[in-house]
Design a protein around this ligand. Sequence first.
Ligand code: NAD
Length: 361
Amino acid sequence: MNYKIALIRGDGIGPEVVNEAVGVLDAAAEKFGHSIEYVDVLLGGCATDAVGKSYPDGTAEKCRACDAILLGAVGGPKWGPDKPADQRPETALLALRKDLELYANLRPATLRPAMADSSPLRRETAEKGIDLMMVRELTGGIYFGKRDKYQTEDRGVECTDLMAYSEKEIERIGRRAFELARLRRGKVSSVDKANVLETSRLWREVMHRLAKEYPDVQYEDVLVDNCAMQIVRDPGQFDVVVTENMFGDILSDEASMVTGSIGLLPSASIGDTAPGLYEPIHGSAPDIAGQDKANPMATILSAAMMFRYSFQRREEADAIEQAVDAVLAEGWRTADIAKPGEKVVGTKEMGRLIREKLAAL
Ligand code: NAD
């Protein structure tokens, strides 16, 4: 197959980790007989520096012309909150996700076998394994609702943020979750606050309707506060966890932490028609940028997700993940995940080791 991939290298360690992921994509293409064409897309602080805006005109169109998008990370102190909105890197990311209607955020929280010791959870809990997929609604809810700030007569300033969800929005993310569960261990946990929120009661109603359409998938409702507890008590019970935007924002970070390292966690944002966006969950790490210290594994594993979810190529995705696991099992580490006495390598060497393993599989 021929694939066309948009590369958003971004800021800080973004270009370094994308370089290694491209190396692994090329190695996978060679191994499995594909060809890949890359299109560089400027977005983030580097775009502000080059053309005065973090989200240059035509960015969405350039991305739409590709089969998938790989992003390193954007942001940094140089383009802080004092800058006008159109020069801030975060604005660009939100705009791209919105323009491409990437409404489903997939964040696997996987405790890789060789990293079992890194989990902050008790050994007997971690040993049961963690392999959950957080599916977060990304374009609705309170982050996109109407906001207000006004002066009251007797209570000082008051603010409101509106949380709104439609049946259509809930149904499309719900379907994603059920379809994903079919590709995994066949269980969906839907997280809401239906004992308090009207949006959650609608969420639950729609999910129950969908559950009837997927009788082969085991379904449960979980209240968000209970879910937060269960993720640290027994994360192994979860397969696919689906939830609205703000709950998902918080729970996905919690789920990431129990796996022990942000340098290892990939993510995907997908919609119905536009190309999916694949990126590590970490930021641009300005503190280590340009020093060959960044862990490229999260971006490499994002490339594996690209093969699995955008290209429907499971074999390639499995091979990349196996190569990463094999390198970890041999004890190779970047500084962020190394314990005293372990073999520490830089970004480039880690990329090379993974490519070498992939070729040899
Ligand atoms: P961060 O994830 O960039 O860094 C947090 C800590 O983790 C730092 O100590 C960093 O050195 C370390 N770290 C992160 N990724 C690493 C990797 N791959 N290898 C080794 N160590 C790694 O988070 P932050 O410091 O809060 O944010 C820095 C900048 O990144 C900010 O401008 C923020 O807005 C931006 N950001 C961007 C994205 C994105 O592009 N999607 C996401 C989060 C933060």
